[in-house]
Design a protein around this ligand. Sequence first.
Ligand code: UT7
Length: 391
Amino acid sequence: MGFERLAAEVWNSALGATRRSVQILGWGKALPERVLTNDDLSRMVDTSDGWIRERTGILERRIAGEGETTASLAIEAARRALERAGFDPVDLDLIIVATMTPEHLFPATACLVQDALGALRAAAFDLSAGCTGFIYGLALATQGIQAGAYDHALVIGAETLSRIVDWQDRRTCVLFGDGAGAALLGTSSASGGVLTTLLGADGSGAELLILPAGGSRHPATPETTANGMHYLQMDGRKVFRFATRIIPQATREALDRVGLPLEHLELLIPHQANQRIIEASAQRLGLPLDRIFTNLERYGNTSTASIPIALCEALEAGRVQAGDHLVLVGFGAGLTWGAAVIEWGQPWPAPPVARRTRLLLWLRYRWAPVRSLIRRLQRALGALLQRMSPL
Ligand code: UT7
């Protein structure tokens, strides 16, 4: 037994020595302009600003406008992340969009993002892991880069939850908001980066947070529509209990994996669901609230987008310095949970992006829809030629 443990330690340290360090090279967020306040909501359902503030900490949320969708928000956040890093999307190897509100059941929203960015070489897929989706995506991208399968990956959390919320159900409609956040991952010569990721799931809690219809179990019918089965449904109290248990547990486990004591954690960025969940978790962890980042008062719960948006805002607010240790921790539908420990390796404040690079990206994005149109025309022409000359 002793020998086996020693062998595992030697193997792990050998792996660690050869493992590539993965950094967050760029970050961006996108939020709809329309603000819906608690007072606005109190005119729509039987609720009040006082109840929402006290029970959730939320003051307002953003709601997607008519032309805005999960893909459009994801594209905007992605462009900002790429611009922050001065990175050409043509060099992307992978795009992951974590979402609970995809543009369609298929094709993947990630493919629409890939097309709009002109990321010609990138594989693209969506990931469904409830509100933990961004952490799941971060883990997969990090491991793919560490293994040498990819060099650069874009991980996006994007939602238009306002489209699946029942605006007559006060138990849920006051909680959620729309938005997107993105992170560009890649290797760099800086030390640190994503030190570890931890993922978990417990499907026995699947019904606690669910969109019952629209899938193969309950395809859309007039009955499913009439019964409100296309709206998000949640057992709030049970999810609350799960969250206050899993956030401290996942945070501790992730820190243990890298041997980092809690005192050396500069900032915890939890999924922004409820201020009471965050405070109860802080108390259980024994972490002062000033080492936890929150912005849910302005955006509500944006599901997969909440952690990357919070990361962007923590950086913008100067709450993260090079060398700082961060934990990103999430929980959500599934039930799922996940945490990532990051040693911030990038210089901060980040150096400004050259005007030439910005111009190049601007041209790239103007060219992307033209290229897409040419590809469609080529396909149509190919089909026509095939029809004209069978065999
Ligand atoms: O991304 C992960 C997803 N979800 C979450 O993290 C949500 C986790 N759960 C929660 O955040 C909380 O459970 C809620 C905010 C959803 C609810 O807070 P609560 O303190 O657990 O309230 P409750 O469900 O126990 O309801 C207390 C009372 C009920 O009235 P009665 O039965 O005591 O008369 C509700 O009907 O509050 C009532 N209520 C409301 N009253 C005014 C529920 N929603 C509202 C509302 N306005 N919006």
